[in-house]
Write a protein that binds this ligand. Sequence first.
Ligand code: G1P
Ligand code: ZN
Length: 551
Amino acid sequence: MENGVKLTDLPSQPFGDQQPGTSGLRKKVTVFQQPGYLENFVQALFDQLHGPGQSAAGQTLVLGGDGRYYNRVAIQTLLRMAVARGYDRVLVGQGGILSTPAVSAVIRRQRASGGIILSASHNPGGPAGDFGIKYNGANGGPAPESLTSAVYQRTRSIDHYLSCDLPAVGIDQLGSQTLGQTVVEVIDPVADHAAVLRELFDFDAIRALFARGFRLRYDAMWAVGGPYARALLEGELGAPAGTVVHATPLEDFGGLHPDPNPVNAAELVACLFAADGPDMGAASDGDADRNMVLGRGFVVAPSDSLAVLAAHAHLVPGYRQGLAGVARSMPTSTAVDRVASALGIPCHETPTGWKFFGNLLDAGQVTLCGEESYGTGSNHLREKDGLWAVLFWLNLVAVTGESVEQLVRGLWRAHGRCVYSRHDYEAIPLAQAERLISELRASLPALAGQTIAGQTIAWADDFAYTDPVDGSRSERQGVRLVLADSSRVVLRLSGTGTEGATLRVYLERHEPDPARHDLPLQQALAPLAALAEAVARICHHTGRDQPDVMT
Ligand code: G1P
Ligand code: ZN
């Protein structure tokens, strides 16, 4: 066949579940290592994008990953399949590296048709860890549910894939090579993303902040955020060498869990709480779309971070015109709602997962958006963006002269504090989790008006969302128990885990009284945790009387 293009049969037994979750297809590395497994998914994706067996001539594909174990193998597989499909151009990050926000930036700036991100985000990596793949469209954002479910359907029916014989393609030197009909271009992973960020923030003000001796510690968690943070913070903004730590992407993230929360980034938290610690701390996750921000001796809750950024956005060059609107995922605290109402702008509540922000951003209805799970972003891209959030905070600190803690306390003073915590119960046997949720759903109609564990439930439902732009409907997105004073308990099952099920319980209580803003978090939320237990009977179903992680 022309250019060595060949059809390879797929195993006659279909692969197990290739249904993408909250953000793409995520499985153990060993699952991805099955012969034909990745190819099956990619063939289904390309068939869905271009028509079964059809050519991708005229199209540009962006390709990169977070550098985890199996990244380099998967890149070669994808290159062979993309060349066989006849893509005009494939833009590969040097060394196979592209963070999730960088893929979004490259797609948009290079007017690509879409991009493939190889990542399991914040999940651990290495031979016994996780791997993942997700597709982003021409707007730079995650594929909508309509595409991912069509791809999933197709994964179940195809029996061969299109590939070609190629010697291993060099991806470590910048430059172009022509393979079949395709120009494979190895690109600088940082350039496009940096160009986008440069247009948004006052780099001179941030440079002056560092020149005045402001100290930041950015923990890249041995993941893909390192090269980006180094290039901008140390290379361009004058932060001292060593500001970015754990900056080299490792295939197994140093054996750690590259998820920036106070539990997994305990070392960073300890630094910020130490005598003479830095002024600000930050961390990003495996694929660098998540962020955590800390002040000296102070942890910023992601929901508060979004609200602070929204409240002060007009101080940052890229948002000087003000915000069209904001959006948050349903379980995210209502702090940003309060800011939006004071600003007189709309606040949208969407299901969990970044893909639900895409239409609102594309339609210009929303400028900033975020999730409680350490994700914040804006209309500059169609992904959450860890480094963006850190630069936003630095810009605010630089131009207001306030510390990170002062900015958050200002938010609480103006709007009260949304006291908030998420409790995760991990690796629950699937059947137990499903029984818990289905019994909970069945109990919903009778809950309104009931007093349980001393709390009176005003209303309860299972969150459903109609996209205001395309009218698509997403149901069963999380159970909400809401009290008369607007306190909330939300329960849902994770869509990103790879081992059993993870139950997430989100607790929120609004505290207007400044004298009570510093009460211990879990103590302030204990009545809501008791309500969650009484209604969902977590201990009865799972045998667990404590969550594995509280953030
Ligand atoms: C989790 C977070 C969600 C985020 C997703 C991808 O999904 O809760 O906010 O969008 O990771 O980073 P979950 O595991 O809860 O389905
Ligand atoms: Zn991530």
